[in-house]
Design a protein. Structure first.
Length: 448
């Protein structure tokens, strides 16, 4: 039993996920570049501000440190500077011995300077600069500058990038869904068409709705359907003349079967109804056609049973060949068995009829020419040659229920068929008389 295909993930979902990942990846890279660039720019700008503030405070503190009780002058300066610049967290001015002389907290005056452990240094810039008087260090300015301003700007930028990414992602997903749906629709239609093809409905034609690759694919699909229809028609035509198995063999390996003219060893069988003129005079035209159809149906079935090829129908007779286009080692025996079985079938057929019909048959074996013969407009696969003509002559000479064989055929089936040797006869076109034999029935060892 053919397994049914189970779809796990649709192309639409795969394509949407791929586009989504691509958009997110691109915006992550762009976001990182923008954030890194902005962070560097803001840091550089902030550091310039800090250095400016340090320089100004150092210049102002230089003279004040030389005054008696400098803390009364430095502390107001520090408070005012911090109030003016909210990003400054602290300013500390110390003397040469690192004792605090300026601080917003007067309680820390004249204590040794230590960094405030409560401040997280990762969130501020901690800088310092010495204060000189004539190349002599008289103090130091310590300044803490908050990074919060930078972090807020970076956070705002990051949020905008995330928002833009989500907006573009949403637009991308919606666009992808519609785009893929537009692409998938004709593919789905083609899939349904392929299902029809698998059900041997080769008349299906898919509409071409675009002049792009999908249109080209649809055009190719229609060409394939037409080609398969022609092949099916060819197969059905073959099956009218050969068995289904032979037709399948030819179509599966069309290059291996030569359909051009060639010399080939074949066995030819001619069969026709004896005394058909007298029988037909007693019947209406409709009954004559019906009788012939019944007759040929039975005869063709026997030919096909032994894998022969129906070459042509001729009035009330037919011609069949064995060995072309498919060759068997026992083609002669197959042809003789066909004729013997035809007689048996007609005996059964005649039991319930007022007017019985009988056949005469002629069978020859030998080299003939087989191939497509005719014109460019109409050809037929047939066999021609002296052995074909001889088979036709033997069939004309055959009496009611008589099966005549030439010597070549007799030599091939002598151990398999009971035969009766007849007197040699002269055939028109031949200088010497030829030996002929009558096939009676199959030998007992063959029947067993």
């Amino acid at each position: 039993m053919e397994a049914k295909f189970k779809k796990k993930t649709s192309i639409q979902l795969k394509f949407t996920l791929a586009v989504s990942l691509l958009i997110v990846g691109i915006y992550l890279l762009i976001g990182k570049f923008v954030l890194d660039y902005q962070k560097k720019a803001l840091t550089d700008e902030t550091q310039k501000r800090i250095l400016t503030q340090l320089k100004l405070i150092a210049q102002s503190s230089q003279k004040l440190l030389l005054q008696p009780e400098p803390e009364f002058f430095l502390s107001p300066l520090i408070k005012r500077t911090i109030e003016e610049d909210k990003d400054i967290l602290y300013i500390v001015v110390t003397d040469a011995k690192d004792k605090i002389k300026g601080h917003q907290d007067m309680m820390k005056i004249d204590t040794l300077y230590e960094k405030d452990k409560n401040l997280v240094h990762n969130h501020l810039f901690h800088v310092s600069t010495p204060i000189y008087q004539k190349d002599i260090k008289i103090g130091t300015v310590y300044l803490g500058f908050s990074k919060e301003g930078i972090n807020k700007i970076l956070l705002t930028t990051r949020n905008r990038i995330i928002l833009m990414t989500l907006i573009v992602l949403l637009i991308g997903i919606i666009s992808t869904i519609f785009l893929v749906k537009f692409i998938i629709k004709p593919i789905t239609t083609l899939a349904k068409g392929a299902q029809e093809i698998s059900n041997e409905n080769f008349d299906i034609i898919m509409p071409i709705k675009s002049k792009d690759e999908l249109g080209e694919l649809t055009f190719s699909f229609n060409c394939m359907a037409r080609s398969l229809k022609e092949k099916q028609l060819m197969k059905h035509t073959f099956e009218r003349y050969v068995t289904k198995e032979v037709a399948d063999t030819i179509l599966q390996n069309i290059e291996g079967v030569r359909l051009g003219g060639e010399h080939r060893e074949v066995t030819t069988l001619f069969v026709d109804i004896r005394g058909f003129t007298q029988v037909s005079e007693k019947l209406s035209a409709e009954k004559i056609v019906h009788l012939l159809n019944e007759f040929f149906t039975m005869m063709v079935e026997v030919v096909f049973k032994y894998e022969g090829t129906v070459d042509k129908f001729m009035g009330d007779g037919l011609m069949a060949i064995y060995g072309a286009p498919i060759k068997h080692e026992d083609d002669a025996f197959r042809a003789v068995k066909t004729a013997i079985e035809m007689k048996k079938m007609l005996n059964e057929f005649n039991k319930n009829r007022k007017e019985s019909i009988h056949i005469g048959a002629g069978i020859t074996s030998g080299e003939v020419v087989v191939g497509n013969i005719g014109s460019e407009r109409r050809m037929e696969y047939t066999a021609i040659g002296m052995r074909v003509n001889l088979a036709a002559r033997l069939q004309n000479l055959a009496q009611k229920d008589q099966i005549l064989l030439d010597k070549n055929t007799y030599l091939k089936i002598a151990n398999l068929v009971n035969v009766l040797k007849l007197e040699p006869i002269m055939i028109k076109g031949l200088e010497e008389p030829i030996e002929i034999y009558e096939a009676i029935n199959l030998k007992e060892k063959v029947l067993k």
